[in-house]
Structure formats: C-alpha cells, structure tokens
Design a protein around this ligand. Structure first.
Ligand code: 13P
Length: 246
C-alpha cells in the first residue's frame, strides 16, 4: 500500500529555493505533499506536478473578519491546499495553542474540504511517567470534539521529544520502532472506538527525526501509514530517499 509522506518545511526555504526544489522531487508510488510557508503557496501550486499535493502549516481559528495576520481555511483552499497541518507541537508549545483552538481550526478546514493533518504526541516527562496514551487520548478527545464523521482526515503521531526542534545535542534520534508501533496501535484503536469503520480510513503518520537512515524501518511497520518529515525534507537528496520507499 502506498504511504503518505508530507514535507513540513516550517519557516525555512526561500520562494526561489522552493521553486527549484519541486522539479527535483522524484515520482514515487507514495502520496507526497509539501507543507510550505503561506507566502508562496500559490506560486508553488502553479508549479506542482499532479502527484505532489500542497499543504498549509496552520490555519486561523476564525472563518473570516478582522483578525490581522491570520489566514483562513477558505484562503488556503483558494491557494490549492489539499492538506493543512494543525496542532503541531511547535504551535502548542511556542504559541500556547489549546485543544479547543485546534478543534475550531479542524472544523474550519473540514468545512472547505481541506484534509486536516492533526499532530498529537507526548513530551519527555509525560513519556517518562508512562502517560503517553493518556496524553494522546486527551489531545484526540479535544481536537476531535463534536466531530461525528471526520471523513478525509490524517493524524500524525509526533512525540515532542523525538522532534529535531526539541532535542539538544548534535545527534538527533527518532522514537524507537517499538514506541512508534505502540502509539500507532493506540491511536488506531481510539479511532476505531470513536468512528467505527470511518476511523479505519484515517491515515496515521509518524513524525520526529525521520531521515533516510531510519525511514525504511519506520515506514515498513504496517501500523504506520506514512511520515511527516521536518529537517530531512529540506534537502532534495534526503527527501527523495525517504519518498522512494516501496
Ligand atoms: P523533524 O523531522 O525535523 O524532527 O521534524 C518533525 C516535524 O516536526 C514534522 O512536523
């Protein structure tokens, strides 16, 4: 089965670098998307081959109006976004985003038929206390509150401690295959319990220091439907090495 692999460029890559990057992405049997900064989404969309989809990195909690600096779900739709990341830990931590806000964002995205990519994951102290499942449950309950039929939807399990951003020291490490497997099984059980058959259609990706060295072992897990890639998505060679997974 093909996997979904999303490049999360975060606040990196100039418009020029992005335009040069796109034609170098290889065609693979996997679904590929690029989550780019707002300012050149439209330009990128005009250049993207059909097999690469566009994603936003965040969206406003509001639908429209006097919210200086915000970008609405409808605006993302106009730029051609098929996906949009919500609840990334960098936003939960640096911008103090709450589950209620994440829920509002998801509702806005679903209204315009953009597929939300909801990020969930525990921090290191929660992991050490054995609270991973409790944290995941709470985040899923909050973000998916009042959503009876999620339809097209993606979850990304991104343990905070495994994301490059939050790791000190030179050597960055992803979560272990066993940790990833356990969390994905738990998320899939949660989805099944809450949404029944609909829940089975939801792809669950892993994110956190995915690179060409570990991507094969992670992506070959049957519980892992794809990857959300940060640092390694900024280099054509490493991104291509990840998406060529077969
Ligand atoms: P890294 O792959 O750099 O750890 O980033 C993961 C991430 O935050 C993707 O959203």
């Amino acid at each position: 089965m093909s996997k979904l692999i999303i490049a999360n460029w975060k606040m990196n890559m100039s418009a020029k670098a992005a335009m040069n990057f796109i034609p170098k992405i290889i065609k693979s049997k996997n679904l590929v998307a690029v989550a780019a900064p707002y300012t050149y989404l439209k330009r990128l969309q005009n250049k993207l081959p059909k097999y690469i989809k566009l994603s936003g990195q965040d969206v406003s909690v509001y639908e429209s109006g006097s919210k200086t600096g915000d970008i609405s779900a409808k605006m993302l739709k106009e730029t051609g976004c098929a996906y949009c990341i919500v609840g990334h830990s960098e936003r939960r931590i640096f911008k103090h985003e709450t589950d209620k806000e994440i829920n509002d964002k998801i509702l806005n995205l679903l209204k315009v038929k953009i597929i939300p990519v909801l990020c969930v994951g525990e921090n290191i102290s929660q992991k050490r206390l054995g609270q991973t499942n409790k944290v995941l449950s709470k985040q899923l309950d909050g973000a998916l509150n009042n959503i009876k039929k999620p339809g097209n939807f993606v979850i990304a399990y991104e343990p905070v401690w495994a994301i490059t951003t939050f790791q000190k020291g030179k050597i960055k490490k992803s979560a272990s295959v066993q940790d990833i497997k356990l969390a994905h099984v738990f998320i899939k059980q949660w989805l099944n319990k809450h949404f029944g058959r609909e829940g089975k259609k939801i792809m669950v990706l892993y994110g956190g220091t995915v690179n060409p060295k570990n991507s094969f072992d992670i992506l070959k897990l049957k519980e892992v439907d794809g990857a959300l890639v940060g640092a390694a998505s900024l280099k054509v060679s490493s991104f291509n090495a990840i998406i060529k997974f077969n």
